[in-house]
Write a protein that binds this ligand. Structure first.
Ligand SMILES: C[S@@+](CC[C@H](N)C(=O)[O-])C[C@H]1O[C@@H](n2cnc3c(N)ncnc32)[C@H](O)[C@@H]1O
Length: 207
């Protein structure tokens, strides 16, 4: 499996955007541990300034973070996803953009959520994504990463329904984040639920 390019990832998400938008919200509504992680992030990020959900898709996680009291906006590579997010949540700001080249000033964010959005990045490119997250995050701000965990294997590609994605060992991802200048606050692993294939990983890091 070749790593997907950014253009191929955007095209693939554009093509599936409407169906994806219909499925995304029920997922968040039914998984208590996912909501617990987002609630913990909201608690530490509530007083630190604007939060960006990077790779926000059609926006349900952005809206959930807003409902938790955060000043939040969304960024996504896929114009179709951003159009759907704007339609569904007209009170929120959504912008087309790429996580590895953000149109944001240094230290301008108080928090970042990447909820299954770095999963398609080619593994050698991940340090550049994390460096960009560190650049735009103010000192003391928090980063929450959600991803597919590799369950004892090294970084492993898999046939994600939209386009090739990667499962990461939680220790490896935490090490890359540390190398980019983050300090680990905590981690949460949960086993796959009904209809899910892989263990889920969550890392909370501080800039
Ligand atoms: C699995 S979806 C997750 C969407 C959303 N976070 C959610 O959980 O509902 C991954 C999203 O990341 C976006 N994405 C992938 N690579 C990106 C990049 N380099 N910059 C911005 N968004 C990206 C895709 O377009 C897609 O909408």
């Amino acid at each position: 499996m070749n790593p997907p390019t950014a253009a191929a990832t955007a095209d693939a998400y554009d093509a599936i955007a409407v169906v994806y938008a219909q499925l995304a919200r029920p997922d968040l509504d039914t998984v208590a541990l996912d909501r617990a992680v987002l609630a913990a992030f909201a608690e530490v990020a509530r007083t630190t300034g604007p939060v960006a959900e990077l790779g926000c898709g059609p926006g349900p996680v952005t809206a959930h973070l807003r409902d938790l009291g955060l000043d939040v906006f969304g960024v996504d590579l896929s114009p179709a996803m951003i159009a759907l997010a704007r339609e569904a949540y007209p009170d929120l700001r959504f912008e087309v953009g790429s996580m590895d080249a953000l149109d944001l000033a240094d230290a301008s964010l108080g928090g970042i959520v990447s909820w299954y959005s770095v999963i398609h990045a080619a593994p050698p490119d991940l340090p550049a994504y994390l460096a960009e997250f560190r650049r735009v995050l103010a000192p003391g701000g928090h980063l929450l990463l959600a991803f597919f965990e590799s369950e004892g294997e090294p970084v492993t590609p898999f046939d994600h329904k939209v386009i090739t994605a990667y499962r990461w060992p939680v220790d490896h991802l935490a090490e890359l984040a540390r190398a980019a200048g983050f300090v680990e606050v905590g981690r949460m692993l949960r086993e796959p639920g009904d209809g899910e294939r892989f263990r889920r990983g969550h890392l909370l890091m501080r800039g």
